[in-house]
Write a protein that binds this ligand. Structure first.
Ligand SMILES: [Zn+2]
Length: 65
């Protein structure tokens, strides 16, 4: 399990990307949302959905367990 964050700026589609800690596409932005305790990709997306209506797993880091 890993720590996950939501990028504070949405994609062009309007969805917000969920990243694993350490992903190169995760911005070092103080406004990024820390999803807290270690999560699986599935639970990270469910947690992210509490913040934004549209969330997507990062194509680079979202597949790792
Ligand atoms: Zn990522």
């Amino acid at each position: 399990m890993s720590f996950y964050y939501i990028n504070p700026k949405p994609l062009e589609s309007g969805a917000y990307e969920v990243h694993q800690e350490g992903c190169g596409l995760l911005v070092q932005d103080p406004d990024r949302i820390d999803l807290g305790s270690p999560l699986t990709p599935d639970t990270a997306l469910k947690s992210a959905a509490r913040y934004y209506d549209e969330v997507v797993a990062c194509v680079h880091c979202g597949k790792d367990a």
